[in-house]
Write a protein that binds this ligand. Structure first.
Ligand SMILES: *Cc1c(COP(=O)(O)O)cnc(C)c1O
Length: 436
Protein backbone atom coordinates (compact mmCIF):
# COMPACT_ATOMS: atom_id res chain seq x y z
CA UNK A 1 0.00 0.00 0.00
CA UNK A 2 1.44 3.39 -0.94
CA UNK A 3 1.33 6.51 1.20
CA UNK A 4 -1.78 8.02 -0.39
CA UNK A 5 -3.65 4.77 0.08
CA UNK A 6 -2.67 4.60 3.73
CA UNK A 7 -3.88 8.15 4.31
CA UNK A 8 -7.04 7.36 2.37
CA UNK A 9 -7.69 4.32 4.53
CA UNK A 10 -7.32 6.51 7.62
CA UNK A 11 -9.72 9.07 6.16
CA UNK A 12 -12.29 6.45 5.35
CA UNK A 13 -11.90 4.89 8.79
CA UNK A 14 -12.58 8.24 10.42
CA UNK A 15 -15.62 8.55 8.12
CA UNK A 16 -17.10 5.22 9.18
CA UNK A 17 -15.65 2.75 6.67
CA UNK A 18 -14.09 -0.31 8.33
CA UNK A 19 -10.87 -1.88 7.09
CA UNK A 20 -12.43 -5.04 5.61
CA UNK A 21 -14.90 -2.95 3.60
CA UNK A 22 -12.19 -0.55 2.40
CA UNK A 23 -9.87 -3.35 1.34
CA UNK A 24 -12.56 -5.34 -0.45
CA UNK A 25 -13.75 -2.24 -2.32
CA UNK A 26 -10.17 -1.26 -3.23
CA UNK A 27 -9.65 -4.65 -4.83
CA UNK A 28 -12.81 -4.23 -6.88
CA UNK A 29 -11.75 -0.75 -7.97
CA UNK A 30 -8.36 -2.11 -9.03
CA UNK A 31 -10.11 -4.41 -11.53
CA UNK A 32 -11.97 -1.54 -13.19
CA UNK A 33 -9.08 0.51 -14.57
CA UNK A 34 -9.63 -0.42 -18.22
CA UNK A 35 -13.39 0.08 -18.01
CA UNK A 36 -12.92 3.47 -16.38
CA UNK A 37 -10.45 4.50 -19.08
CA UNK A 38 -13.13 3.83 -21.72
CA UNK A 39 -15.55 6.05 -19.83
CA UNK A 40 -12.91 8.77 -19.56
CA UNK A 41 -12.55 8.70 -23.35
CA UNK A 42 -16.31 9.08 -23.93
CA UNK A 43 -16.35 11.95 -21.42
CA UNK A 44 -13.55 13.71 -23.25
CA UNK A 45 -15.45 13.48 -26.55
CA UNK A 46 -18.64 14.79 -24.98
CA UNK A 47 -16.75 17.60 -23.22
CA UNK A 48 -15.35 18.69 -26.60
CA UNK A 49 -18.83 18.53 -28.12
CA UNK A 50 -20.25 20.83 -25.41
CA UNK A 51 -17.28 23.18 -25.36
CA UNK A 52 -17.28 23.35 -29.15
CA UNK A 53 -20.95 24.37 -29.17
CA UNK A 54 -20.26 27.11 -26.62
CA UNK A 55 -17.38 28.51 -28.67
CA UNK A 56 -19.27 28.28 -31.95
CA UNK A 57 -22.25 30.18 -30.55
CA UNK A 58 -20.01 32.86 -29.02
CA UNK A 59 -21.22 32.38 -25.45
CA UNK A 60 -20.32 35.58 -23.62
CA UNK A 61 -20.65 37.22 -20.21
CA UNK A 62 -23.61 39.25 -21.47
CA UNK A 63 -25.55 35.99 -21.77
CA UNK A 64 -25.64 35.65 -17.99
CA UNK A 65 -27.54 38.87 -17.29
CA UNK A 66 -30.97 38.22 -15.75
CA UNK A 67 -34.12 39.18 -17.64
CA UNK A 68 -37.52 39.86 -16.10
CA UNK A 69 -41.09 40.45 -17.24
CA UNK A 70 -41.80 39.18 -20.75
CA UNK A 71 -38.16 38.35 -21.34
CA UNK A 72 -38.03 39.62 -24.92
CA UNK A 73 -34.60 39.47 -26.59
CA UNK A 74 -33.06 37.33 -23.86
CA UNK A 75 -29.69 36.72 -25.50
CA UNK A 76 -28.59 34.20 -22.86
CA UNK A 77 -31.71 32.08 -23.34
CA UNK A 78 -31.36 32.21 -27.11
CA UNK A 79 -27.66 31.31 -26.99
CA UNK A 80 -28.23 28.40 -24.60
CA UNK A 81 -30.94 27.02 -26.88
CA UNK A 82 -28.57 27.22 -29.84
CA UNK A 83 -25.90 25.43 -27.82
CA UNK A 84 -28.33 22.63 -26.89
CA UNK A 85 -29.38 22.31 -30.54
CA UNK A 86 -25.73 21.95 -31.59
CA UNK A 87 -24.88 19.45 -28.83
CA UNK A 88 -27.88 17.28 -29.76
CA UNK A 89 -27.36 17.98 -33.49
CA UNK A 90 -30.91 19.23 -34.04
CA UNK A 91 -32.37 22.22 -35.88
CA UNK A 92 -33.68 23.88 -32.74
CA UNK A 93 -34.18 23.54 -28.98
CA UNK A 94 -36.38 24.73 -26.15
CA UNK A 95 -34.50 24.95 -22.83
CA UNK A 96 -36.47 26.71 -20.15
CA UNK A 97 -36.73 27.13 -16.40
CA UNK A 98 -40.51 27.36 -16.97
CA UNK A 99 -40.47 23.64 -17.76
CA UNK A 100 -40.87 22.38 -14.20
CA UNK A 101 -39.60 18.80 -14.46
CA UNK A 102 -39.07 15.85 -16.78
CA UNK A 103 -42.71 14.82 -16.78
CA UNK A 104 -43.68 18.37 -17.74
CA UNK A 105 -41.17 18.38 -20.62
CA UNK A 106 -42.55 15.06 -21.90
CA UNK A 107 -46.17 16.17 -21.49
CA UNK A 108 -45.31 19.37 -23.38
CA UNK A 109 -43.72 17.35 -26.18
CA UNK A 110 -46.77 15.10 -26.53
CA UNK A 111 -49.48 17.71 -26.10
CA UNK A 112 -47.89 20.16 -28.51
CA UNK A 113 -47.60 17.69 -31.40
CA UNK A 114 -50.80 15.64 -31.07
CA UNK A 115 -54.26 16.80 -32.14
CA UNK A 116 -57.72 15.29 -31.49
CA UNK A 117 -58.16 12.07 -33.44
CA UNK A 118 -54.41 11.31 -33.49
CA UNK A 119 -52.90 8.20 -31.96
CA UNK A 120 -49.74 7.80 -29.88
CA UNK A 121 -47.79 4.54 -29.99
CA UNK A 122 -45.26 3.21 -27.47
CA UNK A 123 -43.36 0.35 -29.15
CA UNK A 124 -41.22 -0.28 -26.04
CA UNK A 125 -43.89 -1.24 -23.50
CA UNK A 126 -45.30 0.69 -20.58
CA UNK A 127 -43.91 4.21 -20.25
CA UNK A 128 -42.61 5.83 -17.05
CA UNK A 129 -45.19 5.90 -14.23
CA UNK A 130 -45.97 9.61 -14.34
CA UNK A 131 -46.68 9.44 -18.09
CA UNK A 132 -49.57 7.07 -17.51
CA UNK A 133 -51.61 10.00 -16.28
CA UNK A 134 -50.39 12.32 -19.04
CA UNK A 135 -51.50 9.81 -21.67
CA UNK A 136 -54.62 8.76 -19.76
CA UNK A 137 -53.67 5.10 -19.31
CA UNK A 138 -54.79 5.88 -15.76
CA UNK A 139 -57.72 8.31 -16.09
CA UNK A 140 -56.58 11.79 -15.17
CA UNK A 141 -57.69 15.41 -15.35
CA UNK A 142 -56.42 16.96 -18.59
CA UNK A 143 -54.92 13.78 -20.06
CA UNK A 144 -54.42 13.22 -23.80
CA UNK A 145 -57.35 10.77 -23.65
CA UNK A 146 -59.66 13.62 -22.57
CA UNK A 147 -58.70 15.46 -25.77
CA UNK A 148 -59.61 12.48 -27.92
CA UNK A 149 -56.05 11.27 -28.49
CA UNK A 150 -55.81 7.50 -28.39
CA UNK A 151 -52.90 5.35 -27.26
CA UNK A 152 -51.52 2.00 -28.30
CA UNK A 153 -48.69 -0.01 -26.78
CA UNK A 154 -46.56 -2.86 -28.04
CA UNK A 155 -44.59 -4.60 -25.31
CA UNK A 156 -40.99 -5.71 -25.67
CA UNK A 157 -40.52 -9.44 -26.15
CA UNK A 158 -39.58 -11.49 -23.07
CA UNK A 159 -35.90 -11.35 -24.11
CA UNK A 160 -36.01 -7.54 -24.31
CA UNK A 161 -36.15 -7.45 -28.12
CA UNK A 162 -38.55 -5.39 -30.24
CA UNK A 163 -41.78 -7.06 -31.35
CA UNK A 164 -41.34 -6.09 -35.01
CA UNK A 165 -44.54 -7.78 -36.20
CA UNK A 166 -46.55 -6.26 -33.36
CA UNK A 167 -45.16 -2.79 -34.12
CA UNK A 168 -45.92 -3.10 -37.82
CA UNK A 169 -49.49 -4.18 -37.01
CA UNK A 170 -49.98 -1.34 -34.52
CA UNK A 171 -49.07 1.42 -37.00
CA UNK A 172 -52.22 2.75 -38.65
CA UNK A 173 -53.66 5.84 -40.34
CA UNK A 174 -54.17 7.59 -37.01
CA UNK A 175 -50.63 7.00 -35.69
CA UNK A 176 -49.12 10.47 -35.49
CA UNK A 177 -46.41 10.03 -32.88
CA UNK A 178 -44.22 7.34 -31.37
CA UNK A 179 -42.77 7.62 -27.85
CA UNK A 180 -39.58 5.71 -27.07
CA UNK A 181 -38.21 5.60 -23.55
CA UNK A 182 -34.43 5.12 -23.56
CA UNK A 183 -33.91 4.31 -19.89
CA UNK A 184 -35.54 1.34 -18.22
CA UNK A 185 -36.64 3.66 -15.42
CA UNK A 186 -38.01 1.48 -12.65
CA UNK A 187 -38.87 -1.46 -14.87
CA UNK A 188 -36.68 -4.53 -15.24
CA UNK A 189 -36.33 -4.33 -19.03
CA UNK A 190 -32.96 -3.47 -20.57
CA UNK A 191 -32.11 0.16 -21.29
CA UNK A 192 -32.03 0.91 -25.02
CA UNK A 193 -28.77 1.87 -26.66
CA UNK A 194 -28.78 4.77 -29.11
CA UNK A 195 -28.02 2.22 -31.84
CA UNK A 196 -31.11 0.13 -31.01
CA UNK A 197 -33.25 3.27 -30.87
CA UNK A 198 -31.97 4.10 -34.36
CA UNK A 199 -32.98 0.66 -35.67
CA UNK A 200 -36.45 1.08 -34.20
CA UNK A 201 -36.94 4.56 -35.69
CA UNK A 202 -35.71 3.41 -39.11
CA UNK A 203 -38.15 0.49 -39.07
CA UNK A 204 -41.07 2.74 -38.14
CA UNK A 205 -40.24 5.52 -40.63
CA UNK A 206 -39.84 3.02 -43.46
CA UNK A 207 -43.45 2.03 -42.85
CA UNK A 208 -44.88 5.45 -42.00
CA UNK A 209 -42.54 8.30 -42.96
CA UNK A 210 -44.74 11.10 -41.56
CA UNK A 211 -44.85 9.74 -38.00
CA UNK A 212 -43.02 11.81 -35.36
CA UNK A 213 -40.57 9.89 -33.18
CA UNK A 214 -39.93 11.25 -29.68
CA UNK A 215 -37.34 9.84 -27.28
CA UNK A 216 -37.61 10.19 -23.50
CA UNK A 217 -33.89 10.75 -22.98
CA UNK A 218 -33.99 10.97 -19.15
CA UNK A 219 -30.81 9.59 -17.51
CA UNK A 220 -29.25 8.85 -20.91
CA UNK A 221 -27.57 12.13 -21.87
CA UNK A 222 -23.78 11.96 -22.35
CA UNK A 223 -23.57 8.26 -21.45
CA UNK A 224 -22.71 7.42 -25.07
CA UNK A 225 -20.89 9.27 -27.85
CA UNK A 226 -24.14 10.06 -29.66
CA UNK A 227 -27.70 11.01 -28.74
CA UNK A 228 -30.98 9.62 -30.15
CA UNK A 229 -31.48 12.80 -32.18
CA UNK A 230 -28.55 11.64 -34.33
CA UNK A 231 -30.33 8.44 -35.34
CA UNK A 232 -33.60 9.89 -36.57
CA UNK A 233 -35.56 11.08 -33.52
CA UNK A 234 -37.64 14.19 -34.28
CA UNK A 235 -37.63 15.17 -30.62
CA UNK A 236 -35.45 14.27 -27.62
CA UNK A 237 -36.67 15.31 -24.21
CA UNK A 238 -35.27 15.40 -20.69
CA UNK A 239 -34.97 17.00 -17.28
CA UNK A 240 -32.32 19.52 -16.22
CA UNK A 241 -32.18 18.13 -12.69
CA UNK A 242 -30.83 14.93 -14.19
CA UNK A 243 -27.80 14.49 -16.49
CA UNK A 244 -27.70 17.65 -18.68
CA UNK A 245 -28.04 20.09 -15.77
CA UNK A 246 -24.71 18.81 -14.41
CA UNK A 247 -26.01 19.10 -10.83
CA UNK A 248 -26.05 22.88 -11.01
CA UNK A 249 -29.36 23.55 -12.76
CA UNK A 250 -31.92 24.30 -10.03
CA UNK A 251 -34.91 23.61 -12.32
CA UNK A 252 -35.83 23.09 -15.96
CA UNK A 253 -36.37 20.80 -18.89
CA UNK A 254 -35.27 20.62 -22.51
CA UNK A 255 -36.65 19.60 -25.88
CA UNK A 256 -34.33 19.34 -28.88
CA UNK A 257 -35.65 18.56 -32.32
CA UNK A 258 -36.76 19.67 -35.73
CA UNK A 259 -37.67 23.31 -36.27
CA UNK A 260 -41.34 22.40 -36.74
CA UNK A 261 -41.56 20.28 -33.59
CA UNK A 262 -39.85 22.91 -31.44
CA UNK A 263 -42.07 25.65 -32.84
CA UNK A 264 -45.21 23.69 -31.92
CA UNK A 265 -43.80 23.01 -28.45
CA UNK A 266 -42.96 26.68 -27.90
CA UNK A 267 -46.47 27.78 -28.88
CA UNK A 268 -47.85 25.28 -26.42
CA UNK A 269 -45.44 26.20 -23.58
CA UNK A 270 -46.16 29.92 -23.75
CA UNK A 271 -49.05 30.77 -26.05
CA UNK A 272 -50.11 30.59 -29.68
CA UNK A 273 -48.67 33.73 -31.23
CA UNK A 274 -45.90 34.15 -28.65
CA UNK A 275 -43.84 30.95 -28.87
CA UNK A 276 -40.13 31.22 -28.09
CA UNK A 277 -40.10 35.02 -27.94
CA UNK A 278 -41.14 35.24 -24.29
CA UNK A 279 -39.95 33.63 -21.07
CA UNK A 280 -37.76 35.63 -18.70
CA UNK A 281 -34.87 33.67 -17.23
CA UNK A 282 -34.56 35.57 -13.91
CA UNK A 283 -30.80 35.04 -13.68
CA UNK A 284 -30.78 31.27 -13.94
CA UNK A 285 -29.09 31.07 -17.37
CA UNK A 286 -25.54 31.05 -16.03
CA UNK A 287 -26.19 27.96 -13.88
CA UNK A 288 -28.05 26.16 -16.68
CA UNK A 289 -25.13 26.87 -19.02
CA UNK A 290 -22.40 26.03 -16.52
CA UNK A 291 -24.32 22.88 -15.61
CA UNK A 292 -24.29 21.77 -19.25
CA UNK A 293 -20.56 22.50 -19.36
CA UNK A 294 -20.00 20.19 -16.37
CA UNK A 295 -22.56 17.57 -17.40
CA UNK A 296 -20.20 15.17 -19.27
CA UNK A 297 -17.87 15.03 -16.25
CA UNK A 298 -20.72 14.62 -13.79
CA UNK A 299 -22.21 11.78 -15.85
CA UNK A 300 -18.76 10.17 -15.85
CA UNK A 301 -18.71 10.07 -12.04
CA UNK A 302 -22.23 8.67 -11.87
CA UNK A 303 -21.40 5.97 -14.44
CA UNK A 304 -18.26 4.90 -12.63
CA UNK A 305 -20.24 4.70 -9.41
CA UNK A 306 -22.89 2.49 -11.05
CA UNK A 307 -20.24 0.14 -12.46
CA UNK A 308 -18.35 0.05 -9.14
CA UNK A 309 -21.55 -0.93 -7.31
CA UNK A 310 -22.49 -3.55 -9.92
CA UNK A 311 -19.06 -5.17 -9.48
CA UNK A 312 -19.18 -5.08 -5.68
CA UNK A 313 -22.65 -6.53 -5.29
CA UNK A 314 -22.30 -9.05 -8.09
CA UNK A 315 -19.08 -10.33 -6.47
CA UNK A 316 -21.07 -10.76 -3.25
CA UNK A 317 -23.63 -12.90 -5.09
CA UNK A 318 -26.52 -10.50 -5.73
CA UNK A 319 -28.32 -10.00 -9.03
CA UNK A 320 -27.41 -6.60 -10.48
CA UNK A 321 -29.02 -4.99 -13.56
CA UNK A 322 -27.10 -4.05 -15.67
CA UNK A 323 -24.53 -6.68 -14.69
CA UNK A 324 -20.88 -5.93 -13.94
CA UNK A 325 -19.68 -6.15 -17.57
CA UNK A 326 -22.61 -4.99 -19.68
CA UNK A 327 -22.35 -1.84 -21.78
CA UNK A 328 -24.11 1.18 -20.28
CA UNK A 329 -26.83 3.32 -21.83
CA UNK A 330 -28.08 5.17 -18.74
CA UNK A 331 -26.83 5.87 -15.21
CA UNK A 332 -29.31 3.72 -13.25
CA UNK A 333 -28.14 0.65 -11.32
CA UNK A 334 -30.44 -1.94 -9.80
CA UNK A 335 -29.35 -4.33 -7.03
CA UNK A 336 -31.70 -7.10 -5.87
CA UNK A 337 -31.34 -8.01 -2.19
CA UNK A 338 -34.40 -10.25 -1.58
CA UNK A 339 -34.18 -8.99 2.02
CA UNK A 340 -35.83 -5.85 3.44
CA UNK A 341 -33.14 -5.39 6.10
CA UNK A 342 -30.31 -5.31 3.56
CA UNK A 343 -32.26 -2.99 1.29
CA UNK A 344 -32.83 -0.59 4.17
CA UNK A 345 -29.16 -0.82 5.19
CA UNK A 346 -28.08 0.03 1.65
CA UNK A 347 -30.25 3.17 1.65
CA UNK A 348 -28.98 4.15 5.13
CA UNK A 349 -25.44 4.04 3.78
CA UNK A 350 -26.23 6.25 0.77
CA UNK A 351 -27.96 8.74 3.09
CA UNK A 352 -25.16 8.75 5.66
CA UNK A 353 -22.64 9.53 2.92
CA UNK A 354 -24.58 12.51 1.55
CA UNK A 355 -23.24 16.06 1.83
CA UNK A 356 -26.72 17.28 2.85
CA UNK A 357 -28.96 15.61 5.49
CA UNK A 358 -26.33 12.97 6.30
CA UNK A 359 -27.71 12.74 9.84
CA UNK A 360 -31.17 11.62 8.67
CA UNK A 361 -32.20 7.95 8.64
CA UNK A 362 -34.37 6.90 5.71
CA UNK A 363 -37.44 4.84 6.61
CA UNK A 364 -39.96 3.00 4.42
CA UNK A 365 -43.23 4.93 4.07
CA UNK A 366 -46.63 4.68 2.35
CA UNK A 367 -46.07 6.85 -0.69
CA UNK A 368 -49.25 7.81 -2.56
CA UNK A 369 -49.75 5.86 -5.79
CA UNK A 370 -47.68 2.81 -4.75
CA UNK A 371 -49.04 -0.56 -3.66
CA UNK A 372 -46.23 -1.19 -1.17
CA UNK A 373 -44.06 0.92 1.10
CA UNK A 374 -41.20 2.79 -0.55
CA UNK A 375 -37.79 3.70 0.87
CA UNK A 376 -35.77 6.64 -0.44
CA UNK A 377 -32.32 7.99 0.33
CA UNK A 378 -31.21 11.37 -0.95
CA UNK A 379 -29.21 14.25 0.42
CA UNK A 380 -29.09 16.74 -2.40
CA UNK A 381 -28.20 20.39 -2.92
CA UNK A 382 -31.07 20.67 -5.41
CA UNK A 383 -34.30 19.22 -4.05
CA UNK A 384 -35.28 16.02 -5.83
CA UNK A 385 -32.23 16.10 -8.09
CA UNK A 386 -31.41 12.55 -9.13
CA UNK A 387 -28.09 13.33 -10.80
CA UNK A 388 -26.97 13.68 -7.18
CA UNK A 389 -26.40 10.34 -5.41
CA UNK A 390 -29.76 8.85 -4.50
CA UNK A 391 -31.37 5.45 -4.00
CA UNK A 392 -34.89 4.17 -3.68
CA UNK A 393 -37.14 1.18 -4.22
CA UNK A 394 -40.43 -0.47 -3.26
CA UNK A 395 -40.39 -2.68 -0.15
CA UNK A 396 -41.49 -5.88 -1.88
CA UNK A 397 -39.87 -8.79 -3.70
CA UNK A 398 -37.25 -8.73 -5.13
CA UNK A 399 -36.38 -5.97 -2.59
CA UNK A 400 -34.38 -4.14 -5.21
CA UNK A 401 -32.80 -0.73 -4.83
CA UNK A 402 -32.45 1.51 -7.84
CA UNK A 403 -29.73 3.99 -7.46
CA UNK A 404 -28.18 6.66 -9.58
CA UNK A 405 -26.10 9.78 -9.63
CA UNK A 406 -23.15 11.18 -7.77
CA UNK A 407 -21.79 14.60 -8.70
CA UNK A 408 -18.24 13.27 -8.42
CA UNK A 409 -16.83 9.76 -8.72
CA UNK A 410 -15.21 10.18 -5.30
CA UNK A 411 -18.56 10.85 -3.65
CA UNK A 412 -20.31 8.03 -5.51
CA UNK A 413 -17.51 5.70 -4.37
CA UNK A 414 -17.81 6.77 -0.74
CA UNK A 415 -21.63 6.40 -0.88
CA UNK A 416 -21.38 2.87 -2.23
CA UNK A 417 -18.70 1.92 0.30
CA UNK A 418 -20.95 3.30 3.04
CA UNK A 419 -23.87 1.22 1.72
CA UNK A 420 -21.69 -1.88 1.98
CA UNK A 421 -20.52 -0.83 5.44
CA UNK A 422 -24.13 -0.68 6.69
CA UNK A 423 -24.85 -4.05 5.08
CA UNK A 424 -21.67 -5.53 6.62
CA UNK A 425 -22.79 -4.27 10.03
CA UNK A 426 -25.99 -6.33 9.84
CA UNK A 427 -23.75 -9.41 10.18
CA UNK A 428 -25.64 -11.10 7.32
CA UNK A 429 -22.93 -10.65 4.70
CA UNK A 430 -19.36 -11.94 4.75
CA UNK A 431 -16.66 -10.28 2.70
CA UNK A 432 -14.06 -12.35 0.83
CA UNK A 433 -10.69 -12.45 2.59
CA UNK A 434 -8.33 -9.68 1.50
CA UNK A 435 -4.61 -9.39 2.09
CA UNK A 436 -3.01 -6.56 3.99
C1 LIG B 1 -37.22 10.91 -14.24
C2 LIG B 1 -37.88 10.39 -15.43
C3 LIG B 1 -39.04 10.98 -15.95
C4 LIG B 1 -39.79 12.08 -15.26
O1 LIG B 1 -39.03 13.10 -14.78
P1 LIG B 1 -39.46 13.95 -13.48
O2 LIG B 1 -38.50 15.05 -13.50
O3 LIG B 1 -39.33 13.05 -12.31
O4 LIG B 1 -40.87 14.39 -13.69
C5 LIG B 1 -39.54 10.45 -17.11
N1 LIG B 1 -38.98 9.40 -17.74
C6 LIG B 1 -37.88 8.80 -17.26
C7 LIG B 1 -37.28 7.62 -17.98
C8 LIG B 1 -37.29 9.28 -16.10
O5 LIG B 1 -36.19 8.68 -15.62
Amino acid sequence: MNEEQQILEQYYESMGISRPVFRFCSQIEERLKERFAQIDAITECNQMKVLGAMRKNRLSEACFAPTTGYGYNDIGRETLEKIYADVFKTEDALVRPQITCGTHALALALMSQLRPGDELLSPVGKPYDTLEEVIGIRPSNGSLAEYGISYRQVDLLPDGGFDWDGIEAALNDKTRMVTIQRSKGYASRPTLSVERIGELITFIKERKPDVLCMVDNCYGEFVELTEPSEVGADLVVGSLIKNPGGGLAPIGGYLCGTKECIERAAYRLTSPGLGKEVGATLGVTSTLTQGLFLAPTVVKGALKGAIFAANIYETLGYTVIPDSRESRHDIIQEVEFHDPQLMTAFCEGIQAAAPVDSFVRPEPWDMPGYDSQVIMAAGAFVSGSSIELSADGPMKEPFAVYFQGGLTWEHAKYGIMMSLQKIYETGKVRLPETED
